[in-house]
Design a protein around this ligand. Structure first.
Ligand code: AQP
Length: 332
């Protein structure tokens, strides 16, 4: 039997936003009571699109500070930069040899990110889901809490684990369970209710960043796209932007969407936006303040990352070694 172990990660690509928080990071916190937790700053994934080296390094610190400020305890959970544990890249190679191209061709994130210029996209962007499978399997992780956008990659990780087990006549890798949790599994852009909120969106007004102050949050919700229909009602098809704001309100206040609709049914959009601003500021400002304090002490943060990398290596290396032995590789 596999010990219940959680793995998840976030790319240190700046602009950590409300979608990352509500869809993923916030859900990682309670697992610390029940599971062994491993949370990576996915810098190997980050370079699937161009990154400035100095910013990337600093962004790992900022993302670590965000996780800690959101309630991840570095003394119990393992927080580490992915690039500090070579097992991820090493296992990814083995898994890539077992992954048919047809499986990767179905991945919608590659199609979205590569756009029309597919031939110029890097191989790393295409094989990103194989590295993600390696991230999970190299810890024998059983549960992976992610936002809705990562569901397809998680299903692929299960298929890849199965492919390895079949190829080597073993049950060595557990099939990881995706955990898509909470009211806000897919937070949408504030400028376009049909596009997910994203770090790489050119418009800063499309997202609420975890580092935004009260004024910025107020401005962004005030300018958020809505419609001309009166009152607050749930109609995801025809009122996607209002549905998104209802979802955010529900998630931040830990109530159901129906309750939000009941509470604001007769309210004007501007009044609802103002209540949402107050709620978001109340929930996010303690996180922002804690992040600021943590980032003032770079040495302590670097110490946390170094210690996390050592602990992650201790977990990953024996699993990689066993996997290599199954393949017939040399690794003592
Ligand atoms: N809009 C979202 N709603 C809910 N969950 C989301 N996540 C991302 N966007 C949303 C979840 O956050 C975790 C970390 O994501 P990531 O940083 O590793 O990568 P991503 O999914 O590519 O995030 P972005 O913001 O869209 O970054 P860019 O623009 O750089 O591609 C994951 O669990 C993800 O599901």
């Amino acid at each position: 039997m596999f010990k219940p172990r959680v793995l998840s990660g976030v790319q240190p690509t700046g602009n950590l936003h409300l979608g990352n928080y509500l869809g993923a990071i916030r859900n990682w916190v309670p697992f610390q009571q029940t599971h062994e937790c491993v949370y990576m700053l996915a810098d190997l994934h980050a370079i699937t699109v161009p990154q400035d080296p100095i910013k990337l390094r600093q962004s790992v610190r900022e993302t670590a500070a965000a996780l800690i400020a959101c309630g991840i305890n570095p003394n119990t959970s393992v927080i580490f930069p992915q690039s500090a544990v070579s097992a991820h890249a090493e296992l990814a190679w083995v898994l890539s040899c077992l992954t048919p191209l047809g499986w990767l061709n179905r991945m919608t994130q590659f199609k979205d990110k590569a756009g029309k210029n597919k031939d110029n996209a890097g191989l790393g962007l295409y094989s990103y889901p194989v590295l993600m499978a390696a991230d999970i399997l190299t810890y024998h992780a059983t549960h992976v809490p992610v936002g809705e956008d990562q569901k397809q990659h998680l299903e692929l990780a299960r298929d890849i684990a199965g492919a390895f087990n079949r190829a080597y006549g073993t049950e060595f890798f557990p099939l990881p369970e995706p955990m898509i949790m909470g009211e806000a599994t897919r937070v949408m852009s504030l400028r376009d209710g049909k596009k997910k909120m994203s770090k790489s969106d050119e418009s800063d007004y499309s997202r609420i960043n975890l580092t935004d102050d009260a004024d910025a949050i107020a401005q962004k919700f005030k300018k958020a796209k809505t419609d001309t229909i009166e009152g607050i009602s749930w109609d995801a098809e025809n009122r996607p932007e209002i549905a998104n704001l209802i979802t955010i309100y529900a998630a931040l206040s830990d109530i159901k969407k129906e309750e939000v609709v009941q509470q604001f049914a007769g309210a004007q959009t501007s009044a609802f936006k103002s209540a949402l601003t107050d709620l978001a500021v109340a929930k996010l400002s303690p996180i922002t303040a804690k992040m600021r304090v943590l980032l003032e002490d770079v040495d302590s943060l670097d110490g946390i990352l170094k210690n996390g990398a050592e602990r992650a290596n201790e977990l990953a290396q024996p699993i990689l070694k066993n996997a290599y032995n199954l393949v017939g590789f040399w690794r003592s």
